[in-house]
Ligand binder design. Structure first.
Ligand SMILES: Cc1cc2nc3c(=O)[nH]c(=O)nc-3n(C[C@H](O)[C@H](O)[C@H](O)COP(=O)(O)O)c2cc1C
Length: 331
């Protein structure tokens, strides 16, 4: 078990932050299926201190969505410190994470996200400012292996600085900024970062099931496993990974009916929490749930033409992997 300050993480398996993906409905569904800790998607520290309405909306949580971590992106130490203080004062989150991994030019161009991997002095100032401004909550940083250097050396330098400045844990995605999402995450390089510090390290990248989680843990030596894209449309992954780590046999994959029911619940939550944009978000979410099933391309087409919740619900109810009873089937 991992303890960060006074906060006992309920599991070593956590859900990573993912912009436009890990929203409140996603997290509520994931919790029903066994997810025990998640991060909100990143929010700009600058936007938060200006109380930007959209940013506050992104940070929406509920008491049943705990424990949960908030993640800040930005590069101005003072603003980052102020934003972290605001997050703590909101009293709705259990941890504050700092984004040192985002490869998107819109973020790195302003000096935030993975651009900070090349700025050890700036990194120190950001960590120091946040630690100074936060009294109670654990503070962590999530990073990539490096900006261009895939050895893990850059991340190890930042990890040591994080430890010196009093951060409580780090997470490492086993790719560089330059690699974006190409190739495979390098678990051996994560081990080099793990070996550089004593604070807990979460390994991240390409965990899609129990065996991949076991491989990440074994090769990297990481204390915890952070799941990202593997949970999109597959909230059963947490249960699978937990069981694999405990040495328990795998459970059967969810049936089409289980997937359908879970997806319908996800749709209702999305409509409840984001009534105006639910159908747009759910077009993507629906495709995730059936992506590896037969005739998923046909389902995708239908879902992408749905213009409201009712049409989506209908498409989900009528999805038929055998196509024998499907209304679009020619015979
Ligand atoms: C659509 C998308 C959005 C993401 N948003 C964030 C984010 O807000 N903050 C962050 O630290 N990482 C973000 N990531 C990175 C993931 O958290 C994770 O580190 C990465 O996907 C590798 O893990 P995986 O192979 O398990 O997906 C995002 C990734 C994707 C695909």
């Amino acid at each position: 078990m991992i303890r960060l300050k006074d906060f006992q993480l309920p599991s070593v398996v956590v859900q990573s932050p993912m912009a436009n993906c890990t929203d409140l409905p996603f997290r509520l569904i994931a919790r029903q299926k066994g997810m025990r800790f998640a991060y909100l998607e990143m929010v700009s520290a600058h936007a938060l201190v200006h109380e930007n309405r959209k940013t506050l909306e992104l940070m929406k949580s509920l008491p049943e969505d705990r424990p949960v971590g908030a993640q800040l992106v930005g590069c101005d130490p003072e603003v980052m410190g102020k934003a972290a203080q605001m997050i703590e004062a909101m009293d709705a989150y259990d941890l504050i994470d700092i984004n040192f991994g985002c490869p998107v030019p819109k973020v790195t161009g302003h000096g935030g996200g993975s651009a900070l991997l090349r700025e050890p002095q700036k990194a120190r100032e950001i960590f120091r400012s946040i630690v100074r401004n936060v009294k109670r909550l654990p503070v962590t940083v999530k990073m990539r292996l490096g900006y261009c250097d895939a050895s893990g050396q850059e991340a190890a330098v930042i990890a040591r600085i994080a430890e010196e400045e009093g951060l409580d844990a780090i997470a490492v995605h086993g790719r560089t900024r330059e690699q974006k999402y190409q190739g495979n995450a390098d678990y051996e390089a994560i081990r080099r970062v793990k070996d550089a510090v004593k604070i807990p390290v979460f390994g991240n990248g390409d965990v899609v099931d129990g065996p991949s989680a076991l491989r990440l843990k074994k090769v990297s030596g990481a204390d915890g496993v952070m799941i990202g894209r593997g949970a999109l449309g597959n909230p059963w992954i947490y249960r699978d990974v937990e069981r694999a780590l405990q040495g328990l046999p795998a459970l059967p994959a969810p049936t089409v009916e289980e997937r359908r029911q879970t997806l319908l619940e996800h749709l209702e939550l999305e409509i409840q929490h984001h009534p105006r944009s639910a159908h747009l978000q759910m077009r993507r979410v629906a495709c995730w749930y059936f992506k590896e099933m037969p005739h998923s391309a046909r389902f995708r087409e239908r879902v992408n033409s749905a213009s409201n919740g009712d049409e989506l619900r209908q498409a989900i109810l009528e999805y038929d992997p055998s196509l024998s009873r499907s209304p679009e089937s020619p015979g």
